[in-house]
Design a protein around this ligand. Structure first.
Ligand code: 5GP
Ligand code: ZN
Length: 118
């Protein structure tokens, strides 16, 4: 994670300051293709509101978290991933492999994904 607390990469992407390959945009959420795809389809879905990660989620954000899941599943369907299947991933903290400190959900699909994860 970037050590400059005033800087958040995904806030800057959400604000349009840093370009992205946008898949979906609305008042509350943005979805865009991962710059370093780990599968043929690799999309990140973020809330526009800055939330550092899963450990910062609270009851007030329960509706937003549900909307994030529903939106991500609709994007997966639009990307024609329903039939072959796909995976959602939210990495959390150092051991979870989180590298960007702004809550984001990965949509991964387009190939058979291994389990367990590394
Ligand atoms: P994390 O490792 O935190 O779960 O996921 C962060 C993801 O953000 C990584 O998959 C990484 O490739 C992606 N990423 C990092 N910087 C950028 C960027 O500038 N643009 C886009 N589109 N994705 C990025
Ligand atoms: Zn942010």
């Amino acid at each position: 994670m970037n050590s400059d607390l005033s800087f958040c990469l995904f806030c800057d992407i959400a604000a349009g300051k840093i370009p992205c390959d946008q898949v979906h945009s609305d008042e509350n959420f943005l979805a865009f293709r991962d710059i370093s795809p780990q599968a043929p389809t690799h999309i990140l879905v973020i809330p526009r509101q800055h939330i550092g990660g899963l450990t910062e989620l609270n009851q007030d954000q329960a509706a937003m978290a549900g909307q994030l899941l529903v939106l991500a599943s609709s994007i997966a369907a639009k990307e024609k991933l329903d039939a072959p299947g796909y995976r959602f991933v939210i990495n959390c903290g150092q051991d979870g492999g989180q590298t960007v400190g702004h809550l984001h959900l990965h949509i991964l699909g387009g190939r058979a994904l291994g389990w367990p994860p590394g």
